[in-house]
Write a protein that binds this ligand. Structure first.
Ligand code: GLN
Length: 493
């Protein structure tokens, strides 16, 4: 690993350098800015950057350390932020024209916690508008390229964070995951992404898409790095009544544990629609766990295939309600052509939102409308309960569940734009986990014949992040797929 340039190093390695004086926070800030200047013209992962603030905070960090008072081991490490999470004084576009000119008046709780540890939030990373999408092509501002193949999407909606981490622009980033938006882009970009248990991390200061599904989580190169970041951002928050009061364990320590897990393999996730090379790589990983003494158990999650339908009925209903505040009066773009108050709402929303967001608002209004609510929204909630029960029954027998993260590797730009259903199906293996509120991680498990990364997903019991990270790290430490560097961006930079 030592042959990696500075910008590709792990959080742990950087922290050691900062501790022993071989690295300064300013040198690190200059390295990530330099790297970003070099690759951004081809990658376009950042919507905006606060380089001067990063450098100024790095100076402060070095000063604290020289005085013997670093805020934590991680003091001075820059972390990229999806442009859906409030950072005081920074823009919060949500990837939308609607919020193009908005500046956050306060820090989200996850940002405040990072600052308490001395980490420096840096940059506003690209996403699908309001986190609705699977390719980052629905951003109102730019398309972010996949560092492994610049003609392909980085996944979504956290495509900016995933591409920036994979290309060495930031050591790690924060994303959000409502139906797969951390795990699927992590899989497409050959990195590691954790969606914590719903309630593990505060959502205060994070733009709400579908509140019963949304969760903030870390995106980084290794399991150890996501563990470090998750330990920092997790925990109860008085500003978010859905955040759990459970104590947060030392997740980095948990990554070092090892035992013979019983791992469930759900038949429904290996059926039609799974790309063969993805399936082969994931099956090889299953064989690996088996050889290492884990017990592999076939299981069934019979209602999981209904996950995509239930997810879109639930997420659009919640989005319809959450996005009502973007009306040109309370928040967001105000039309200059409006004649009266009602006209302001209509025109501002028509001008401010993109097609996908409109599609979801309309669908959400429809599934909640009188006459259709029972047939769609209420029925979806009943099936959601069945999905939760499937997982609970499976977890009575197994410690973890292993599946592919996504049915395919990264697809070319434009490939699914004319077919929303095909786009929605990229999340077929991730959405049911959000519906059940479970923690899950995506780690790289190989490359396909086109040199595109393949991701495998491990799913844990509620608040089972420790087991999840331990098993993921056990696999990662013996394969080192996470140390591969994306060829395309290296050639282009
Ligand atoms: N891709 C899914 C969607 O389009 C999930 C998005 C997300 O997790 N934010 O809704």
């Amino acid at each position: 690993m030592t042959d990696h340039p500075l910008h590709y190093q792990s959080i742990e390695f950087l922290a050691n350098g900062l501790a022993d004086g071989s690295l300064t926070a300013v040198a690190l800030a200059e390295a990530v800015i330099g790297r970003t200047v070099a690759v951004e013209p081809v990658l376009r992962a950042f919507i905006s950057r606060n380089d001067e603030e990063l450098l100024a905070e790095a100076v402060e960090s070095d000063r604290r350390r020289r005085a013997g008072k670093p805020r934590s081991r991680w003091d001075g490490i820059p972390i990229g932020i999806k442009d859906l999470i409030s950072v005081r004084g920074q823009p919060l576009t949500n990837g939308s024209r609607m919020m193009e000119n908005y500046i956050s008046p306060y820090d989200a709780t996850v940002i405040a916690r990072m600052r308490t540890a001395g980490m420096i939030p840096w940059g506003r990373l690209n996403l699908d508008e309001f986190a609705m999408g699977s390719s980052t092509e629905y951003s109102a501002f730019q398309k972010t390229a996949n560092p492994w193949n610049l003609a392909r999407v980085p996944g979504g909606s956290s495509g900016g964070p995933a591409a920036a981490v994979a290309a060495g622009q930031v050591p790690a980033a924060l994303g959000t995951d409502t139906g797969g938006s951390i795990r699927q882009p992590a899989a497409f970009c050959g990195i590691t992404g954790l969606k914590p248990t719903h309630g593990r991390v505060s959502r205060y200061g994070v733009t709400a898409f579908a509140s019963s599904l949304d969760q903030v989580g870390p995106i980084a190169r290794s399991v150890e790095d996501v563990a470090i970041l998750c330990s920092i951002i997790a925990g109860h928050d008085g500003h978010d009544s859905t955040s759990s009061r459970r104590p947060v364990p030392d997740l980095l320590a948990a990554t070092q544990r090892c035992r013979s897990w019983t791992i469930g393999i759900p038949a429904e996730f290996f059926a039609d629609g799974l790309n063969q090379e993805v399936g082969d790589a994931v099956r090889t990983a299953i064989t690996f766990f088996e050889k290492k003494g884990c017990s592999i158990q076939p299981i069934s999650l019979p209602n999981a295939p209904l996950g995509t339908a239930v997810y879109f009925l639930t997420a659009t209903a919640e989005a319809f309600s959450n996005l009502a505040r973007f009306d040109g009066i309370r928040y967001g773009h105000r039309s200059k052509n409006a004649e009266d108050a009602v006209d302001i709402y209509g025109r501002s929303r028509a001008e401010g939102f993109g097609d996908e967001v409109k599609r979801r608002i309309i669908l959400g209004a429809f599934v909640l409308s009188s006459g259709f609510q029972d047939a769609y929204y209420s029925r979806a909630q009943r099936v959601r309960t069945l999905i939760c029960r499937d997982y609970a029954a499976a977890f009575a027998e197994v410690d973890l569940i292993l599946t592919p993260t996504s049915p395919t590797t990264a697809f070319p730009f434009g490939a699914r734009n004319d077919d929303p259903l095909a786009m929605y199906l990229s999340d077929a293996y991730t959405v049911s986990i959000n519906l059940a509120g479970l923690p899950a991680i995506s780690i790289p498990c190989g490359l396909d014949s086109q040199c595109l990364p393949i991701g495998l997903q491990l799913i844990g019991k509620p608040y089972g992040e420790e087991e999840l990270l331990a098993a993921a790290n056990f696999f990662q430490k013996q394969h080192n797929f996470h140390l591969l560097r994306p060829c395309s961006v290296e050639e282009a930079s």
